[in-house]
Design a protein around this ligand. Structure first.
Ligand code: PGA
Length: 256
């Protein structure tokens, strides 16, 4: 089963509009030579439109870092699905651990965001991952199962096509500590198993599961080579075009 590798950059709350456009232009060149890999970037909301304009005609996909759980209306501080699409996004990241940790995101709100995003025609990357305490307590798989079940609650078997999952152990995000390829692959296999239980074998085999948490040019290839890892969701190392390009190259290398 071949799943196309995706390399996704999550810029978080970094970069001015001008810096974002510069970075996007830097990635544009490498993307032209890397068609065997799907490349996605998630700029901060204020830069999305400018980045989308800079990338017009490029295969690079653009994502919002979050999306409102309603079509729009009186939800101060949130960005609705139609606004993301209007600005040039076809994707949204949902349930990032920083949202869960700092902004009270729960499995239930992840589920609500996911449902509306799909209804409104956005593809999504759903993030899951355990904390260090949960891993130490031997609860990693339990937590991942709960997050996956929560995210996809009340989903029909046929509605999962545009979804990508990102496994991001919280203890590895921005810490320089990467899960070993074995640890990551084992968690990915567990997620795949759960998707199989919920949506059947075909979905389990075809869904892409990205690894996130201190992915860099040095470890990307080893991670991407793992049987159950289909690319990366990259934070810190996506903020420099050269570093991100090397990770894309790792994806190209692994794609053969
Ligand atoms: P990091 O972030 O690569 O800086 O660890 C990953 C993420 O949060 O998506």
């Amino acid at each position: 089963m071949t799943r196309k590798i995706m390399v996704a950059g999550n810029w978080k709350a970094n970069k001015t509009i001008a810096q974002s456009v510069d970075l996007a232009n830097g990635i544009k060149k490498i993307a032209e030579e890397s068609t065997s890999v799907d490349i996605l970037i998630a700029p901060q909301f204020t830069a999305i439109k400018s980045v989308a304009d800079a990338l017009a005609g490029s295969a690079i996909k653009i994502a919002g870092q979050n999306v409102l759980w309603e079509v729009g209306g009186a939800f101060t501080g949130e960005v609705a699905p139609f606004m993301l699409k209007d600005a040039g996004c076809k994707w949204a990241i949902i349930g990032h651990s920083e949202r869960r940790q700092y902004f009270a995101e729960t499995d239930e709100t992840v589920n609500r965001r996911l449902k509306i995003a799909q209804k409104e025609g956005l593809n999504v990357i759903v993030c899951v991952g355990e904390t260090l305490d949960e891993r130490m307590a031997g609860k990693t798989f339990e937590v991942l199962d709960r997050q996956i079940e929560g995210a996809f609650k009340d989903f029909g078997r046929h509605s999962l096509e545009p979804v990508v999952i990102a496994y991001e152990p919280v203890w590895a995000i921005g810490t320089g500590k990467t899960a070993t390829p074995e640890e990551a692959d084992e968690a990915h296999a567990n997620i795949r198993k759960k998707i199989g239980e919920l949506f059947g074998d075909v979905k389990a085999k075809t869904i892409r599961i990205l690894y996130g948490g201190s992915v860099n040019a040095g470890n990307a290839e080893t991670l991407f080579k793992c049987e159950n890892i289909d690319g990366g969701l990259v934070g810190g190392a996506s903020l420099k075009a050269y570093d991100f390009a090397l990770i894309i190259k790792a994806g190209v290398q692994v794609s053969g």
